[in-house]
Design a protein around this ligand. Structure first.
Ligand code: SAM
Length: 326
């Protein structure tokens, strides 16, 4: 009866559900968003803990089962079920999101939540273990990647619980973890498109030095193109974008990050990197870029060890020199 393609793995361990509820810190006044309620095991305890639950479920059979389960109980007036794909529907207001989600939507869902306004208090979500470890990874950890840096720019993330595959029916092929995501308030005054543009380049070859990354011809020509476009437009492109623009950029991000397959350094040497640019104009621009790296002592550094603050500093140095990533 369960659809593998919809990631249907039902939580069957009541103690685990209690522990998720307890760790999520739900208040009796909370509007709770649940994604993928399935047969409602988690939903029931969310209804006991909060004021109301809005549950988004794509499978009409599950929607029916859920309605049948709570029909005629005191819960039914506090539960609203929306049938549809959570990635496609407009989310309602919520204080907190608690969910055991289908893992294939992890990345786009995370950034859809983070782009939702007004910002919620926190989200407590079950993810595939490796995805969870990427979310919380710190500089120097093997799993530190573009996903870690981008999420941690917008939110504080912490690992709450390790969950073995046998807590689900049917058991998935991988272990899971519950993670807490708390949006930063206020959000940092960073132009998110610029930020992601820089981070994407840096993590393309995350174990190479920034010096060698920014000597790549493809990177230089991209940056030079941006540079020229901006100069032509005579735009002053300083500082931060407004909140709406930020939200748009954040939600678009989910589509560009592919869960788990993203920013893997395949260890290939970039042939192109060694090719010197003969063109005089080109090397002038190259000097400009390398000077920025020198200013902040970044040339010999590697993205795999850079902190949020250092990425922010690097971006501000680039922007000050008129070099942009979007
Ligand atoms: N919350 C239930 C539990 O813990 O027992 C079920 C969790 S199961 C991992 C994921 C649920 O998400 C399934 O009921 C599935 O039908 C639903 N689902 C899958 N893709 C979805 C989507 N794009 N939007 C909303 N729900 C989805």
């Amino acid at each position: 009866p369960f659809h593998k393609s919809k990631g249907q793995h039902i939580l069957k361990n009541p103690l685990l559900i209690d522990s998720i509820i307890q760790k999520s810190g739900i208040k009796p006044t909370d509007f709770i968003l649940e994604i993928g309620p399935g047969t409602g095991n988690l939903t029931k305890k969310l209804l006991e803990a909060g004021k109301s639950v809005i549950a988004v479920e794509v499978d009409p059979r599950m929607v029916l089962e859920l309605q049948r389960r709570f029909q005629g109980t005191p819960f039914s007036s506090r539960l609203k079920v929306i049938q549809g794909d959570v990635l496609k529907c407009e989310l309602p207001y919520f204080d907190i999101c608690v969910a055991n989600i289908p893992y294939q939507i992890s990345s786009p869902l995370t950034f859809k939540l983070l782009s939702h306004r007004p910002l919620f208090r926190c989200a407590v979500i079950m993810f595939q273990r490796e995805f969870a470890m990427r979310l919380v990874a710190q500089p120097g950890d093997t799993l530190y990647c573009r996903l870690s840096v981008n999420t941690q720019l917008l939110a504080r993330v912490s690992h709450l619980l390790k969950v073995g595959r046998n807590n689900f029916r049917p058991p998935p092929k991988v272990d899971s973890s519950v993670v807490r995501i708390e949006p930063r308030k206020p959000l940092p005054p960073v132009n998110f498109k610029e930020w992601d543009g820089l981070v994407r380049i840096c993590f393309n070859r995350k174990n190479k030095t920034l010096g060698s990354i920014f000597r790549q011809k493809t990177v230089l020509s991209l940056l030079e193109k941006n540079y020229k476009t901006l100069q032509a437009l005579q735009l002053s492109h300083e500082g931060s974008s407004d909140d709406t623009e930020m939200a748009l950029a954040v939600s678009a991000l989910g589509d560009t990050l592919e869960d788990l397959s993203m920013d893997v350094d395949d260890g290939r040497d970039d042939e192109e990197m060694e090719v010197e640019d003969g063109n005089a104009k080109g090397s002038e621009f190259k000097e400009k870029v390398l000077n920025v790296l020198k200013q902040g002592d970044f040339e010999e550094r590697r993205s795999s060890k850079l902190t949020q603050t250092e990425f922010m500093f690097l971006l501000s140095l680039f922007n000050k020199a008129g070099i942009h990533f979007s």
